[in-house]
Design a protein. Structure first.
Length: 515
């Protein structure tokens, strides 16, 4: 990795970038103030979508002609929602060398590995926190860096570097990101994970110059190491006290008799000082998580996916999802375990299907109950002439007063589903990442599906829109987003879709330093 330490914040606007041909922004009249809608970067009242591509090559000539470029530098593309959802045309492309991105691109910084949306400066426009977890800083290789790209009537604008409070304590600053009002003061806070077992907490909002209201930390009973530390962060209000709570994924600090540090999650309730150890609870292991009110009782519930889970002690390693239901006291004792053997869930549990490798929650049908999307990124399919391995699938299960309903309205999608774009090619890993939010303003969640290796190995994102009439997700109107249509260099392994505004383990972001 190169060791360049220029970190000047560039003040050029998105408009200047458009004039230079770097960016495309959403058309339409600008509004005077932001909407306050979560992830609405341009303030038009509709949620937007940020897609990270941390393996992007920057500065090279497309298709290998000319410069080799900077490999693994990374990028982010913001797509702007509207009545027609998101489209490839309405977007802003950002890397560390574009006019509205701070700093400079360096090899394998992995800019865009993690993102989190929130209105950090309280101007009504959602902003985007973006990490480059392998960024070098003076005196520390691979320390990592987090930047805030500010929302505006034109969409995402100039960026600011957020100072690392302890740059020599860890590597991979930004390995996990989550936004929410953790202290309940009405401003959006940001929590950041790294290779250490200490969570950095920025509360009281963040000013445009990158100055946070307060900076704190929380030590956790996790293993701190380059390949461990805080692996994932998920935010939501489980106990309904008006403060955002946090789920932290990592490896236990205590090894078993064989010396293995097992994956575990901790629930940390919000408090006046941010995520707190008081009232915390250890939960089951799993590298994907989502929070939402599945049973409609007013308390958010927690879905944790463990792709290594089994149906029985000696069963196949097909994967499972464990739902922990919320209460006024936080996480209750009520639990529900889902596998591909549960109810009418399609498919069978087979070794390394990775059912639960990705999970997401959102209200598809508008009934006030969160519905569950589960990815099985290595699901295999038999075609007419061959077996297609690691193709991937997504299962949709609806919320009910009794919890996740595995019997009724079960929906199942993959790239061989009529109307879903893609091919029969193996290894696409469709469903490796998931997000549910309302991209078309119909007050129902749309399902966004990331594929690590679709589109000739570049990665892709598929948006399955909700249907207000049928109260379900439908294939008509599906949108396929590809980075090469949004100014991203497709050479190498961009991993477009590796981040969708949710926090995923850094090791899940596959890249190759030799391409």
């Amino acid at each position: 990795m190169k060791h360049r330490y220029r970190r000047a914040v560039l003040a050029a606007s998105v408009v200047a970038a458009v004039a230079g041909g770097l960016l495309t922004v959403a058309p339409g009249a600008a509004v005077a103030a932001g909407s306050g809608v979560p992830s609405d970067f341009n303030g038009d009242g509709t949620a937007d979508l940020a897609v990270g591509a941390p393996g992007t090559r920057v500065g090279g000539a497309v298709f290998g002609k000319g410069s080799d470029g900077i490999k693994g530098a990374g990028s982010v593309v913001a797509y702007y929602g509207g009545a027609d959802g998101v489209t490839p045309a309405r977007h802003t492309y950002v890397d560390q060398d574009t006019a509205n991105g701070p700093g400079s691109s360096e090899a394998y910084d992995l800019f865009g590995a993690q993102t989190a949306a929130g209105d950090f400066d309280a101007d009504g426009f959602a902003d985007l926190a973006v990490s480059a977890p392998r960024e070098d800083v003076p005196g520390d290789v691979d320390n990592g860096e987090v930047q805030i790209l500010w929302g505006s009537p034109q969409g995402l604008g100039k960026g600011t570097v957020l100072a690392d409070p302890a740059p020599t304590r860890h590597d991979h600053f930004g390995a996990g990101l989550a936004a929410g009002d953790f202290d309940g003061d009405g401003t959006t806070d940001l929590v950041i994970g790294s290779s250490s077992a200490t969570l950095d907490v920025f509360t009281g909002g963040i000013a445009k110059d990158g100055t946070p209201g307060k900076v704190g930390s929380r030590a956790l009973p996790l293993r701190g190491a380059v390949d461990a530390g805080i692996l994932g962060l998920t935010a939501g209000d489980v106990n309904k006290d008006g403060r955002t709570d946090l789920i932290v994924d990592g490896l236990s600090d205590k090894a078993d008799a064989a010396g293995v540090h097992h994956n575990t999650n901790y629930y940390l309730p919000g408090s006046p000082s941010g995520p707190s150890a008081v009232g915390s609870k250890r939960l089951s292991g799993g590298e994907s998580a989502a929070i939402g009110d599945i049973d409609g009782d007013g308390f958010d519930d927690i879905a944790i996916g463990a792709f290594w889970g089994k149906t029985t002690a000696d069963g196949p390693i097909g994967g499972r999802v464990v739902v922990n239901y919320g209460s006024a006291k936080g996480v209750s004792e009520r639990m529900q375990t889902l596998t591909q053997e549960s109810g009418n869930i399609p498919g069978d549990s087979e070794d390394w299907d990775k059912f639960g490798g990705a999970v997401a929650l959102g209200d598809i049908d508008g009934d006030g109950k969160a519905d569950l999307a589960v990815g099985a990124q290595q699901e295999n399919f038999r075609g007419a002439e061959a077996m297609y391995y690691n193709k991937g699938s997504v299962t949709l299960l609806y919320g009910s007063a009794g919890g996740v309903d595995t019997e009724n309205r079960v929906q199942y999608f993959h790239q061989a589903t009529p109307g879903v774009p893609g091919s029969w090619a193996a290894g696409q890993q469709w469903g490796a990442n998931l997000l549910m939010n309302d991209l078309n303003g119909d007050h129902r969640a749309d399902v966004t599906v990331g594929s690590l290796w679709d589109d000739n190995g570049d990665g892709s994102v598929t948006v399955l829109p909700s249907d207000g009439q049928k109260a379900s997700v439908e294939v008509p109107g599906v949108v396929r987003l590809r980075g090469k249509e949004a100014d991203m260099d497709p050479v190498g392994y961009p991993q477009f879709g590796a981040s969708l505004g949710n926090s995923r383990p850094l090791k899940d972001i596959e890249y190759a330093e030799g391409y």
